[in-house]
Design a protein around this ligand. Structure first.
Ligand code: ZN
Length: 211
């Protein structure tokens, strides 16, 4: 509750989908951020993992993995929670740079400006991306330097219909469009699948219709 400044207070969206993610899948490990906050939600994840006999490991910057045609690099959080900005769980979001099928994706979780700035400072080689999962449901708090570095072709915003937080913020939508991004959002566009097998064939499919 001490981080009301940037919105979200109960973070249900961080963990409540876990059962659905595990259902019907074989999962080798669950990676979590280095900050166990809120503590009851961290405990919820450990319980779910234990019940499903899935090991929980810490996600930390520096990890690189490849699985079939998917390659990812973990850019955030830093390995020690003490290196995080003192700004609550959102700034401990796991950030992934993903490459597959010739496309580059950056998933920023709920990162807020203090960590967005620190990310840019610690990963100065951060590339332009094809697809950006916009930080924190498209909230108004986006670091302009990070956005102009990323210049995504496609910006995806995950947010609830008629959410009480005002996500996404009009100024974030305009900032993304000003960088040349096409913006899609789950509240009005529904489920979004990004398809395409080459960097020049980037497509997004909304449930039932191709765009
Ligand atoms: Zn969130």
């Amino acid at each position: 509750m001490r981080h009301a400044k940037y919105g979200e207070q109960n973070h249900a969206d961080h963990v409540d989908g876990l059962a659905g993610v595990l259902r019907g899948r074989q999962v080798g490990a669950i990676e979590t951020t280095t900050l166990d906050e809120p503590s009851e939600q961290a405990a919820f994840v450990r319980r779910q993992a234990a019940a499903a006999r899935i090991p929980v490991v810490r996600a930390a910057a520096g990890e690189r993995r490849r699985l079939g045609g998917l390659e990812w690099q973990l850019l955030w959080p830093p390995a020690t929670p003490g290196a995080l900005p003192d700004n609550g769980p959102n700034d401990a979001s796991v950030v992934l740079l993903v490459r597959t099928a010739g496309l580059t994706f950056l998933l920023l979780g709920d990162l807020e400006p203090p960590a967005q700035r620190q990310l840019l400072a610690t990963v100065p080689e951060l590339p332009r991306v094809d697809v950006l999962k916009v930080a924190h449901h498209g909230s108004a708090y986006q670091d302009p330097a990070l956005l102009s570095r990323l210049r995504p072709r496609l910006a995806l915003i995950s947010c609830g219909a008629d959410n009480p937080y005002g996500h996404p913020a009009p100024r974030t939508l305009s900032a993304l469009r000003a960088q040349g991004a096409r913006v899609l959002r789950t509240d009005t566009d529904g489920t979004i699948a990004v398809t395409g097998d080459r960097a020049d064939a980037l497509r997004a499919t909304l449930v039932g219709r191709a765009m």
